[in-house]
Design a protein around this ligand. Structure first.
Ligand code: GLP
Length: 240
């Protein structure tokens, strides 16, 4: 694991954007995953402004949404696709970039998952898995208990994750299930870039810094990855 400390959210976005831009400069037809959440918002803002300045584009890239809710009562409001459309905008939702979304309205979950795996295979796998991390160590929606052999699969959302993602929202408006790219494809990615900020990530980052795989902390499974970069807020790192 290569650990890069960031002084604050802006610095984190700057470091992560530079890394993404470097990957695209080396390989314009990059296959990448795009996470949701508060953490990547600065990274996406920065990528969009670099694109607006003409220094970068994802025109030849292929983008895979990392995960999506399956039964969000107000879909598409609150969905990950809506989030990505808002924060990535025309950087990826344009006439050139190939974007694979997970559409919860399709007929059945098994079909959605098999179809996504087929698309991942057709794309030749993931080149750059950009990931956030949940407070309980989840990556995408690979929650505690996820195994390294899993490909795209449905999950029951944990209480922790629902509280973190929908603070104060009435339970009647909450989803119960989601679909996520599995650890098998994330571990097989050529490179993994994980970004983490905010006090709720302290436990997950401490586990990474301890350097030992913990079965119940999916993020630590990435410690086995040969090209794993973590950009984390300095305050989350153990004092040296
Ligand atoms: C969601 C997503 C994850 C993301 C996590 C953390 O649960 N499924 O991919 O990493 O939220 O989000 P935040 O950056 O808001 O802490």
């Amino acid at each position: 694991m290569r650990l890069i400390p960031a002084t604050d959210d802006n610095h984190l976005a700057e470091i992560a954007a530079d890394l993404v831009i470097r990957h695209v400069a080396e390989q314009s037809d990059l296959v990448l995953t795009t996470p949701t959440g508060r953490t990547p918002i600065g990274l996406y803002r920065r990528l969009r402004s670099e694109a607006a300045a003409g220094r970068f584009d994802l025109d030849q890239a292929t983008v895979f949404m990392l995960d999506e809710y399956l039964d969000l009562p107000g879909y598409p409001t609150g969905s990950f696709q809506a989030f990505l459309r808002e924060h990535l905008g025309s950087l990826v939702f344009n006439a050139s970039t190939t974007v694979h979304t997970i559409e919860p309205s399709q007929t059945n979950t098994a079909e959605i998952c098999a179809n996504y795996d087929r698309l991942l295979d057709d794309a030749g796998g993931i080149d750059l898995a950009i990931l956030g991390v949940g407070g309980n160590g989840h990556v995408g929606f690979n929650e505690p208990g996820a195994t390294d052999d899993q490909r795209t699969h449905p999950i029951l959302l944990s209480e922790d994750t629902l509280q973190a993602n929908f603070p104060g929202v009435d339970t009647s408006l909450l989803p119960s299930t989601a679909v996520t790219i599995g650890l098998a494809d994330l571990l097989a990615a050529r490179s993994v870039l994980l970004i983490a900020s905010g006090p709720t990530k302290a436990k997950a980052i401490a586990a990474l810094c301890a350097g030992a795989r913990i079965e119940a902390s999916p993020v630590t499974h990435l410690l086995d990855h040969p090209d794993f970069t973590v950009v984390a807020e300095q305050a989350l790192l153990p004092a040296r």
